[in-house]
Design a binder for this molecule. Structure first.
Ligand SMILES: [Cu+2]
Length: 208
């Protein structure tokens, strides 16, 4: 081959190589250049869980330790109250009634609240007391109970009688993941008049 022929060959090879290089850039690298950008760093933290809601109820009964005002009838104070939905509810019920009331043994069992546990002689947040799944049936003074309803499967918490002027406190936790009203009642036959009078041994929880 003549020198001119070699030059033509080199020129042809150069053109082919250039075409391959261009097609590599266009078809090979271009898709990489157009790849989805890396996800942007998250700048907002997930919302923290709602803080728990503390509910304090007192039971006054026919006893020497009932804080004023005491109207002579067994009564939860308050009996009607409002709680937030989808929030950990921490109830503390302090009983100032030293009376016991006869109940079937099933009514001395704790159920339907978190862990099936009610903490005895509690004074949260300093002390949660002793966890219990039931109390001796002879010590049931009142209960905080709800029958199964459209909005809840129901629950039962037996309340021990007061054994001194400081009362007897019971703490338990639950969620009410609904909105509307939930009825509760005392299932210990404590005070015939109060048992039939809304706002004394029964009431309404409004969940918002
Ligand atoms: Cu009662």
């Amino acid at each position: 081959m003549s020198v001119r022929g070699w030059n033509h060959l080199f020129a042809d090879v150069f053109v082919v190589a250039l075409a391959i290089a261009i097609s590599y850039v266009v078809w090979g690298l271009a898709p990489h250049a157009a790849a989805a950008p890396a996800p942007a760093p998250t700048t907002t933290a997930p919302a923290p869980p709602a803080p728990p809601d503390y509910i304090y109820l007192a039971i006054k009964g026919g006893c020497a330790w009932c804080a004023a005002p005491f109207n002579g009838s067994d009564q939860y104070t308050p009996a009607n109250f409002t709680v937030p939905s989808h929030t950990l509810l921490i109830f503390t019920i302090t009983n100032y009634d030293n009376g016991q009331n006869p109940v079937p043994s099933a009514v001395a069992q704790v159920f339907g609240v978190l862990g099936g546990i009610a903490y005895q002689n509690a004074a949260p947040p300093a002390s949660w007391g002793t966890p219990a799944t039931s109390i001796p049936v002879a010590n049931v003074s009142h209960t905080f109970s709800a029958l199964p309803q459209k909005t809840t499967a129901g629950w039962n918490v037996p309340i021990h009688e007061a054994d001194g002027p400081q009362g007897y406190s019971v703490t338990f936790e639950m969620y009410l993941n609904t909105t509307g009203t939930v009825a509760w009642q005392c299932d210990a036959p404590c005070d015939g008049w109060s048992m039939g009078e809304p706002g004394f041994m029964s009431g309404t929880i409004t969940v918002t």
